[in-house]
Design a protein around this ligand. Structure first.
Ligand code: 3PG
Ligand code: MG
Length: 377
């Protein structure tokens, strides 16, 4: 099980040794500037520990999806500069994905990567669901361990699967049911309630026979949602009202016109559901307040548009205020928390998006299996 992943203390002494640190420094870069350095700061405890032990740390990361060729748009230079400020003395290799061997998990690329190193540390939680060379390769030949960040993510997210304090309330949003189906199924096995908002709620509402108007709806998922509701209707909590944008309205563009109105669970023809309504926000808030464990992934509406941020803001505030142990999955929900100034009011903000969902779904990741020495692929 994941709990047996080797940690830094399990490494042979690293004083005077060269340690290869796989980090996930895949940070948002705009016009050459890092928009959010959370993922760099999150690796600092591991870097500090290694440096205190006297190791020479060489970090490596992917950045973006350059598809196996050097591409200046995905240069790690901004990361290198920030790292030099936060952790002087740490080297940073070129973007791993400039070489096709990284994503192909090419053994020859792994050999080149590990050459000259004495130990390997994986602190790249956000990339540990990828069976890429730098994630699964080095533990075959080097003494290897999980860094502090990876170990903490595994403990928190793995703990949700095994030992949550109850009631355990999961709040799921985001646009597509198809992206979240596996995590919904995994959460149904362990959570007491799953509160469904965001674009994906319309496929569930359609499965209950409601009109969805022009809202996002995955027609080919309606039957799946109906089966889930039939089998788990007591656990799945759907919105009871919706904020909708009228015909002619445009997201992010109030000047375009279009009425904004609260509707019930049926969205009229020509209208688009863009947020949970105030009644739903209050109901979700109450359930979050009564929980002892909360996991939140995905916004409740189009929170980037101030007209439609209320549902996401209410959930963020409830997550901040509850006495429950609170875990927020990466990506959009973390960005929403930051937008509302609430990021430091939750117990754990995951640095992984896809990785946090996959760990919840499967209880394991390729990068963890590799550290345990049982990655076969
Ligand atoms: C992420 O940002 O999701 C991780 O860094 C993984 O990146 P990827 O989705 O491009 O593999
Ligand atoms: Mg991703």
């Amino acid at each position: 099980m994941t709990s047996s992943v080797p940690t830094l203390e399990d490494l042979p002494p690293v004083a005077g040794k060269r340690v290869l640190l796989r980090a996930d420094f895949n940070v948002p870069v705009r016009d050459g500037e890092i928009a959010d350095d959370l993922r760099i700061r999150a690796a600092l405890p591991t870097i500090r520990w290694l440096q205190e032990q006297g190791a020479h740390v060489v970090a490596c990361t992917h950045l973006g999806r350059p598809k196996g060729k050097a591409d200046p748009r995905y240069s790690v230079e901004p990361v290198r500069a920030r790292l030099a400020e936060l952790a002087p003395g740490v080297e940073l290799l070129d973007n791993l994905r400039f070489d096709p061997g990284e994503e192909a998990n090419d053994p020859a690329f792994v050999d080149r990567l590990v050459e000259g190193f004495d130990a390997y540390v994986n602190d790249a939680f956000g990339a540990s669901h990828r069976a890429h060379a730098s994630i699964v390769g080095p533990p075959r030949s080097l003494p290897s361990a999980a860094g502090r960040l990876l170990a903490a993510e595994v403990e928190v997210l793995g703990g949700l699967r095994t030992d949550p304090k109850r009631p355990f309330v999961a709040v799921l949003g985001g646009s597509k049911v198809s992206d979240k189906l596996k995590v919904i199924e995994a959460l149904l096995a362990v959570a007491d309630q799953i509160l469904v908002g965001g674009g994906m709620c319309f496929t569930f509402l359609a499965a209950r026979g409601n009109g969805v108007g022009a809202s996002l709806c995955e027609d080919d998922m309606v039957d799946t949602c109906r089966s889930l509701l039939d089998a788990h209707g007591d656990q799945l909590v759907l919105p009871t009202d919706i904020t909708a944008l009228g015909p002619g309205g445009k997201l992010m563009d109030p000047a375009a016109g279009g009425d904004v109105r609260q509707v019930g669970t049926s969205v009229p023809a020509g209208w688009t559901g863009v947020d949970i309504g105030p009644g739903t926000a209050a109901d979700f808030g109450d359930r979050i307040a009564e929980a002892r464990t909360v996991f939140w992934n995905g916004p409740m509406g189009v929170f980037e548009d101030p007209r439609f941020e209320a549902g996401t803001r209410a959930v963020a505030q409830a997550v901040a205020d509850t006495r429950a142990f609170t875990v927020v999955g990466g990506g959009d929900s973390a960005a929403a928390l930051a937008q509302f100034g609430l990021a430091n009011r939750v117990d754990h903000v995951s640095t992984g998006g896809g990785a946090s969902l996959e760990l919840l779904e499967q209880g394991d990741l390729p990068g963890l299996a590799a550290l345990r020495g049982d990655w076969a692929g």
